[in-house]
Design a protein. Structure first.
Length: 470
């Protein structure tokens, strides 16, 4: 049985019916229509101090129907795939989108390389194996440090079967695995408590649940605890800031990546609106959004409009060369979509979203970058942040880092904010390390809808950022 036939049976629909629904969605003069069928099975477990405190199994099933008519978009969905229900939803989408300006939506028929295994292995994983794995992980954390108190561990795995069909008669089928593992542990020393956490997420099969993953997370949770207990809040001011490789990519994602999403540029909201072809960073700086990295949380074999996953350079050699497009924004700009049309689930329309966003490696050694700084701050773990897309201003809270004195890492720091402006920070990059790291953290991006993403960065020196300290 072909994959297409298998998916038509899963969603209990034939191509003739899909054509009728598409015709209904275009009945008031739309330019393009598409159908997004989803069946997602999600199972999760939470353990606190070795006891199961939560668990569940959920299934989401339905279809979203969209009509595009120029700049107008109509969207409706239903929780069944019965022909009558889909036709009613298609009529609603057509009505919402009626009387828009005309656009042409081009066909894309490339077959992408696999970005994750086409397997349903997570659905067959016994619950007992999941719980025993979480207990192994908790035990490994406690064995590493006697100061460990309460430990909470969480495992969630999803399997999504997706079928997409559109007025170009493109049929796409995709089986998407996703596993998320997170840990939070409390450590106490001389009356002081700190919370250390870690997460991992992959689009891989059940084989990743092994001793290697246990060691990796346990090492991360217990790493540099002594430094964290002796960390102090430094003096603030404007200074050089070295962004450590890996987790610092969250600043790249939030402060710069969102501003490259095409919808923010169509409305003129982004500080980068109308600046394609302009220099926005020094020579040698390349910023990428990539949906093709195998097993990555942000990977997509197809995006949620049926466009193949691909690697998109937003900035190349310091020049802004592309925004991140879904089909609608691509039609408005007269360019090809970049595979960035993403949605939270079938109840939501697709919009331009990031996948895996990172800065490519440079030529400098990380130790040489640190050695070049006379006085500054090294940061390598961020948490909450706020960004103003229009102005590009950002504020991020730093969970861990060090002062830099005469080219050396010195006092561990805590409770500081990094404050700056995205375009200015790009322009003020002075060195890029050769150590690009894209950590497999369980990052989720919110933009009205939540989608899984990843990000990374090499060690980067930025000349002038404000450090909020004492």
């Amino acid at each position: 049985m072909s994959r297409e036939t298998e998916y038509k049976r899963l969603f209990r629909v034939e191509e003739e019916t899909m054509d009728r629904v598409v015709a209904a969605a275009l009945s008031r003069g739309g330019d393009y229509a598409d159908l997004y069928f989803e069946n997602t099975v999600k199972q999760y477990f939470r353990l606190t101090d070795s006891k199961v405190t939560a668990g569940g199994l959920n299934t989401d099933f339905g279809v979203g129907i969209r009509t595009l008519s120029g700049i107008r978009s109509g969207y409706a969905y239903c929780e069944t795939t019965a022909a009558a229900d889909m036709l009613r939803a298609a009529g609603a989408a057509a009505l919402i989108a009626a009387e828009g300006q005309r656009f042409t939506y081009g066909s894309r028929r490339e077959e992408p390389a696999a970005s994750y295994p086409q397997t349903d292995g997570w659905e067959s994983l016994p619950a007992g194996r999941s719980v025993s794995f979480l207990r192994e992980l908790e035990a490994a954390i406690r064995d590493r440090d006697s100061r460990c108190g309460q430990v909470s561990v969480y495992l969630e795995y999803d399997h999504s079967d997706i079928m997409m069909y559109n007025s170009l008669r493109e049929l796409r089928c995709d089986a998407r695995p996703l596993v998320e593992l997170s840990v939070s542990a409390v450590f106490a020393d001389r009356g002081e408590k700190i919370i250390s956490s870690a997460s991992r997420s992959f689009r891989l099969d059940t084989g990743i649940l092994g001793p290697g993953l246990v060691r990796d997370i346990a090492d991360t949770v217990t790493r540099r605890l002594d430094d964290r207990f002796r960390a102090r809040r430094p003096k603030g001011g404007t200074m050089n800031v070295v962004m450590g490789a890996g987790a610092s990519g969250i600043l790249l994602h939030e402060a710069m990546g969102h501003a490259f999403e095409a919808d923010f540029n169509i409305t003129g909201e982004s500080v980068f609106a109308g600046r394609t072809g302009e220099r926005v960073a020094p020579e040698g700086i390349d910023i990428v959004d990539d949906g093709t990295m195998y097993g990555d949380r942000g990977a997509c074999r197809y995006d949620d409009e049926g466009v193949e996953g691909q690697k998109t350079y937003m900035v190349r050699d310091g020049i802004l060369c592309s925004y991140l497009h879904d089909r609608l924004s691509a039609a408005r700009y007269g360019v090809a979509p970049t595979g960035n049309g993403r949605r939270e689930n079938y109840t939501c329309p697709p919009i331009p979203r990031m996948r895996n966003t990172y800065m490519e490696a440079g030529r400098d050694k990380p130790e040489d970058i640190i050695a070049s700084v006379k006085k500054g701050i090294y940061v390598d773990d961020f948490s909450n942040g706020q960004v103003k897309i229009g102005e590009g201003d950002f504020t991020f809270y730093v969970r861990s880092g060090y002062t830099i004195e005469n080219g050396r890492l010195c006092q561990p720091v805590k409770d500081i904010n990094i404050i700056g402006n995205g375009p200015r920070a790009l322009a003020d990059i002075r060195a890029v390390g050769n150590d690009l790291a894209i950590p497999p953290y369980a990052w989720t991006c919110g933009k009205g809808q939540s989608v899984p993403v990843s990000c990374g960065i090499p060690t980067v020196l930025i000349d002038r950022l404000t450090v909020g300290g004492e």
